[in-house]
Design a protein around this ligand. Structure first.
Ligand code: NAP
Length: 350
């Protein structure tokens, strides 16, 4: 990495890094400029691992026929073309961990204290983060993690978390990637409700189920596709019911949830599946005046909105904002509170 001490002008939103099309924000941009030096208010991070968004990793894996060599080439081509890891099919990115290498002199240190050498995780999407990859060292298909040599640039407006010392860094990376989901769950669940999590066996799913169960009298129901996921879910003390089903089959899942809830259906449905076409199942399993929270990046706004309208479902459809104040600490604390989730995450992600 170049140690150039000149700086570009301050630019808290990173607009000067947009190459094309002009006048859009970095997330909407087709390509970003990853060139050095950094701006006066940016920080430069030496990146070690990327956590690729699950919907994106699945789409890339399928398009490469599961071949690791092709996946590596795909990621390198994508990042060199766009200057960021922004999957054009799913629209999503992921996040990274690494060490702070340089801090611009106008970086807002008072609001965001950080020092050179600090180990951090980005909490803004890779879909808007300038990223340069020199080399891919290893791809971990089970955890969607990619170890690299390269650097990323965080704008002054960007959010990051210092990596905790009491958890393996790759575990923290996995948890922080989906930190918004349990944090939003805390805001949405009310005592006594029935909460259904579609794709519940994945990393955000189990965190949401644990968080939901903390409220008095909540009944938690997890839906997942594979036998391994449903077996994993059945062993968790905070999951009341497990349904093995393909959430792309809306009618079949509705019937199963009808049976389990004796026709009452769910007050809150949280969709964290990493495949497209699960919107209708989430809508059909929600009771009238309930809430469906779409955290999944495979969600289609059109399918959800028109699907609900098409069956006259008077329910609240929420977009899954990945950010929520205090979300990083809340998500990491779940692993400190729950020995069974701690074990599950350490086994899967360290
Ligand atoms: P994950 O660990 O891969 O979990 C996804 C789960 O969905 C898996 O357990 C998977 O089961 C299950 N699933 C797949 N196909 C299914 C089907 N047909 N029916 C039922 N379940 C199915 O993913 P994650 O990291 O928790 O992420 C979950 C979602 O959140 C993804 O779409 C991701 O892109 C999105 N996300 C959103 C944000 C945001 O800011 N809103 C941030 C990060 C991630 P199998 O393992 O059995 O296939």
């Amino acid at each position: 990495m170049s140690e150039n001490r000149q700086f570009r002008p301050a630019d808290p939103l990173g607009i000067q890094r947009v190459v094309s099309p002009k006048s859009v924000m970095p997330q909407q941009a087709e390509a970003l400029d990853t060139g050095l030096p950094i701006a006066e208010d940016e920080i430069l991070v030496e990146v070690e691992s990327l956590s690729i968004d699950s919907a994106s990793f699945r789409q890339i894996t399928e398009s490469c026929g599961g071949d690791l060599g092709k996946i590596e080439k795909h990621i390198l081509d994508l990042v060199s073309r766009r200057g960021k890891h922004h999957n054009p099919v799913t629209g999503s990115g992921g996040m990274f961990i690494g060490s702070v290498a340089q801090i611009g002199p106008a970086y807002p240190l008072r609001q965001k204290p950080v020092r050179v050498g600090d180990r951090i995780a980005s909490l803004v999407s890779l879909s808007l983060t300038p990223l340069s990859i020199k080399k891919i060292k290893k791809i971990h298909p089970q955890s969607h993690r990619v170890d690299i040599e390269g650097y990323a640039i965080l704008f002054a407006s960007g959010v990051f978390a210092k990596l905790p010392e009491d958890l393996p860094e790759t575990v923290a990376l996995a948890v922080l990637d989906v930190a918004g989901a349990p944090a939003q769950t805390r805001k949405l669940v009310q005592a006594g409700q029935t909460v259904l999590v579609v794709g519940g066996g994945g990393k955000s799913g189990v965190l949401c189920l644990f968080e939901a169960k903390k409220k008095l009298g909540v009944k938690t129901i997890a839906v997942d596709f594979s036998e391994s996921a449903t077996e994993r879910l059945s062993a968790l003390s905070f999951v009341d019911e497990v349904i093995q089903a393909d959430a792309r089959n809306a009618v079949s899942l509705m019937e199963k949830v009808w049976d389990v809830t004796k026709g009452r259906m769910a007050d809150l449905v949280i969709n964290v599946a990493n495949v497209p076409d699960t919107e209708m199942a989430s809508i059909l399993t929600c009771r009238s005046n309930g809430i469906v929270y779409f955290f999944s990046m495979s969600t289609s706004f059109t399918r959800a909105a028109l699907g609900a309208e098409g069956i006259g479902a008077d329910i609240d459809l929420r977009i899954g904002n990945g950010y929520c104040e205090g979300h990083a600490e809340l998500a990491l604390n779940i692993l400190r509170e729950s020995p069974e989730l701690n074990k599950l995450f350490v086994e899967a992600y360290s």
